[in-house]
Design a protein around this ligand. Structure first.
Ligand code: PMP
Length: 447
């Protein structure tokens, strides 16, 4: 009966394709980290509309600011300057280090990355763009070429984009979570074949080798997420990104930090994910958490790169409309006033520690990683083979978690990761509730 219902939804051209759960969840109301379905059931939302609802659903402060703006002005396009636009651009630029000060506003992350591709090519005069394996940078025909996971791609318009590198610190020959920046300990301290850990050096030599042997000598740009999101909270070994930036610049390319998921305090320790890698990008793109669910995106770059965007005209009918700017501005205020970056760090570390205990308890929890509230849990058949847990098993645990009142996400190249990317306002009590539910769902599956 459930399958019939889903099929009906999928076949009806008047309805969206709904496939995330075995049976659709009809959500009709939200408040902060909570959602309610049409039957009145309440869910703890640990996926936040795919890492988007940064300061909570219908956050009262943001809602009040938006309502006031709605009575004043909704739309003019960016052919006029209006106070909300000016205030927002200044406020956003003040959150970024020099020389990243020129702001362009869009409606989504894909649009921001599209613009970044164009700027990189115009600025450098080169064409080729490099991204990491496992990355996601958008679903528009251009950005689809940057995205590496074949599940999100159609083989069109991919010319000039190379998806390469990216170590699998869990499965790779030198894998071990000691290589990455993590607040938790791993049970496996060292997997290197020689019995002594040289992980970072080896990853970096592999990266250099890839650049030397398989990449073009001239590059327009390099895009990377500071911690991969759709890829399943994939973290790079220490200094990996720094080395990649260096080699990209040697080939004439610009470096783009895709902060669509990692920006606005999500990683806890820093406001932007790139700050955790001690690198300075030439272009930063962002969306999702920027406006806690209102459609908005942005690109921030240097005056020099902006100048080579020659005609100077960035026309976008809705990008940076008064409502979006007001909401974006209010989100920045709330993150600061309510110390949400600090909360992301504190509750994130608490969650990671709790999840690490579940990893040590359950054979099918292979790896727990991430920082702040950008968390992934990698599920396996067993810890020795590290074979990704089957989609059917993933689905059983996922559905059971939902039936016990907690919504999480899925991701990873083999669909083997659970993703925990909640609104930044969740509490330690929420974390305890989730850990108990998740433990039970895993145990139910194992039994
Ligand atoms: N970059 C990253 C890192 C993303 O996760 C996404 C969306 N999942 C995008 C870009 C594209 O953003 P949008 O869906 O707003 O176009």
């Amino acid at each position: 009966k459930r399958m019939m219902e889903i099929r009906k939804l999928n076949c009806n051209p008047m309805t969206m394709k709904v496939t995330y759960y075995r049976s659709p969840v009809f959500i009709h109301q939200g408040h902060m980290q909570w959602l309610w379905d049409t039957e009145g059931r309440r869910y703890l939302d640990l996926f936040a509309g795919v890492a988007t609802v940064s300061v909570g659903h219908c956050n009262p402060k943001v809602t009040a600011a938006a309502a006031a703006q709605m009575k004043k002005l909704w739309h003019t396009t960016n052919i006029y300057v209006f106070p909300a636009l000016q205030e927002y651009c200044e406020k956003l630029a003040s959150r970024l280090p020099d020389p990243l000060k020129v702001v362009y506003l869009t409606n989504s992350g894909s649009e921001a990355n599209d613009l970044a591709m164009l700027m990189a090519r115009l600025h450098t005069g080169n064409h080729d763009i490099i991204t990491f394996r496992g990355s996601y940078h958008g679903g528009s025909p251009h950005t689809m070429a940057l995205t590496s996971n074949s599940a999100y791609k159609y083989p069109i318009a991919t010319g000039g984009c190379v998806n390469t590198m990216c170590p699998d610190v869990f499965r790779g020959p030198w894998g071990g979570s000691h290589c990455r920046d993590s607040p938790i300990q791993t049970t496996r301290t060292c997997d290197c074949l020689q019995g002594q850990c040289m992980a970072n050096d080896q990853y970096i030599s592999q990266l250099k080798e890839t650049f030397a042997t398989s990449l073009p000598s001239q590059i327009a740009g390099f895009f990377a997420e500071p911690i991969q999101g759709m890829g399943g909270a994939v973290q790079y070994p220490k200094d990996y990104l720094k080395q990649a930036y260096k080699m990209v610049r040697e080939r004439g390319g610009v470096c783009v930090s895709d902060e669509v998921q990692t920006g606005f305090g999500r990683t806890g320790s820093h406001f932007w994910g790139f700050q955790g890698h001690e690198v300075m990008p030439d272009i930063v793109t962002m969306a999702k958490g920027i406006a806690t669910g209102f459609p908005m995106g942005a690109l921030v770059t240097t005056a020099e790169i902006a100048a080579s965007f020659a005609r100077g005209a960035h026309f976008n009918t809705f990008g940076g409309n008064p409502l979006a700017c007001t909401i974006g501005s209010s989100v920045l205020d709330v993150i600061q006033e309510d110390s949400l970056q600090q909360n992301s760090h504190d509750v994130g570390t608490y969650l990671l520690t709790g999840l690490a205990k579940l990893r040590d308890k359950h054979e099918i929890v292979g790896d727990v990683r991430g920082k702040g509230l950008q968390i992934g849990v990698e599920m396996v058949e067993d810890k020795v083979s590290r074979t990704p847990l089957s989609p059917a098993a993933m689905s059983d645990i996922f559905e059971d978690t939902k039936d016990m009142g907690v919504l999480i996400g899925k991701g990873g190249v083999y669909g083997q990761n659970f993703r925990v990317q909640p609104p930044l306002c969740i509490t330690k009590d929420d974390a305890d509730y989730f850990l108990a539910v998740f433990d039970r769902a895993i145990q139910n599956y194992v039994d």
